[in-house]
Design a protein around this ligand. Structure first.
Ligand SMILES: [Zn+2]
Ligand SMILES: [Zn+2]
Length: 169
């Protein structure tokens, strides 16, 4: 995923727009059963603010994930705002050296930077839907697909004893 800032580098106020698409499927997302299902689409605007290149845009892609409740795989869409600062090493101030993407030449490969943004935005747990009922802890049925009867007929033994005592009354 490459950009070139030659056009905007020379004067403050210059800007350039990029629309990039790349296949990230070879990247390891570090979580089992999590992979890229669609190419990564990055749209960004690079503005030369004199201090640095201010970058604003969006990152879009789709992942194949496994639901932590029902264990089914599902498509997880990522739509992420992307804001960044890029600065040439020779011109970068100390704070920029710490936070910005440091450039040594006009051609920049931003693949790793974009991948980093995606990884940082991943949730702790993937859930297919807020309504996901998960698996029955008793019979293992996917309760989104098969309503099982495990919940019925299970009575607290103390209440059962009470019910029996009352019926003898
Ligand atoms: Zn689920
Ligand atoms: Zn059940």
């Amino acid at each position: 995923m490459k950009v070139n800032v030659a056009q905007v580098r020379l004067s403050g106020g210059e800007s350039v727009h990029y629309d990039l698409v790349e296949d990230f499927s070879a990247f390891d997302l570090g979580i089992e059963a999590l992979s890229f299902q669609a190419p990564v689409h990055v749209q960004l605007q690079v503005n030369n603010t004199s201090r640095a290149m201010l970058v604003k845009g969006t990152i879009h892609t789709k992942l194949k994930a496994t639901c932590g409740r029902c264990l089914e795989s599902f498509e997880y869409s990522i739509e992420l705002p992307y804001e960044d600062e890029w600065a040439f090493r020779t011109l970068a101030t100390e704070d920029l050296l710490e936070t910005a993407l440091i450039l040594d030449k006009d051609d920049i490969d931003i693949t790793d930077r974009i991948f980093e943004q995606i990884v940082l935005a991943l949730p702790m747990k993937f859930i297919c839907s807020v309504e996901c009922q998960g698996l029955c802890p008793n019979c293992g049925a996917n309760r989104n697909l098969t309503p099982c009867n495990c919940g019925e007929g299970v009575i607290d033994p103390r209440l059962a004893a009470l019910a029996k005592w009352q019926s003898n009354d």
